[in-house]
Design a binder for this molecule. Structure first.
Ligand code: HEC
Length: 202
């Protein structure tokens, strides 16, 4: 039973544990302290990682960063666009500008998706993809709602967060959501209104 006779040089300092399975015994040789420290540190790190990157507390997800960079780029581009009028015609025309739509989509995902869902299907905020609207009769009313809010602030006012031009193209982007198929549509609210093209040349 003694393990020290054959190779006395290999005798470990650790005593044997006193359990035995199928004649096999093991030394009491626990995982070293540094290993536990690394394990504990990585568990702690994983919580911080989860909170920052998964729940986007600090706006550090790749999507958020990308949206911010696109907005910055657009603000730069707007220098050459001049002032967009918040009227029906300009908003309808902006819907056909792919660059405007890309940027406005990034703003929408950053500022609006928390309440209206990323695809506009609605969460706390209304479904922006269906044919019914509560505060909108004409496409330019979308600009007004974005600017001043609605329903006593349930829909916040965005005039301090976005420039006039940004709100014009956001309105165009919201208008473009109409008729799309969101993954989880909220039930329609408000009344059905005429198609946007009724606002053209009005
Ligand atoms: C805090 C939640 C919240 C956020 C964020 C939010 N909305 Fe809203 N939004 C609402 C609610 C609630 C309504 C419905 C208001 C009502 O009942 O009249 C609404 C209504 C609207 C409407 C009018 C729809 C209609 O049928 O009359 C538009 C357009 C709109 N939001 C666009 C936006 C845009 C664009 C953004 C981002 C810049 C945004 N919202 C961000 C909550 C929000």
């Amino acid at each position: 039973m003694s393990h020290s006779t054959a190779r006395p040089d290999l005798v470990p300092a650790d005593p044997l544990t006193n359990h035995e399975y199928d004649g096999i015994r093991e030394y009491d040789n626990p995982t070293p302290g540094w290993w536990y420290w690394m394990f504990g540190a990585s568990v702690a790190f994983s919580f911080a990682y989860l909170i920052f990157f998964h729940f986007s507390i600090a706006g550090w997800t790749p999507e958020d960063t990308w949206a911010d960079e696109q907005r910055a780029e657009f603000v730069r581009l707007f220098g050459s666009v001049g002032q967009l009028k918040p009227d029906d015609e300009t908003i309808l025309r902006s819907m056909d500008n792919p660059q405007f739509m890309t940027i406005a989509k990034a703003s929408f995902i950053g500022a609006c998706s928390a309440c209206h869902a990323r695809d506009g299907g609605g969460l706390v905020g209304v479904n922006l993809c269906d044919e019914n609207y509560k505060n909108i009769k004409h496409v330019s009313d979308i600009f007004k709602v974005i600017t001043d809010g609605a329903n006593a602030g349930a829909m916040p006012a965005w005039k301090r967060n976005f420039s006039d031009n940004e709100r014009v193209i956001l309105a165009a982007y919201v208008a473009s959501l109409r008729g799309t198929q969101p993954s989880n549509p909220k039930a329609a609210e408000g009344q059905p209104i005429p198609a946007w093209k009724a606002d053209a040349g009005k």
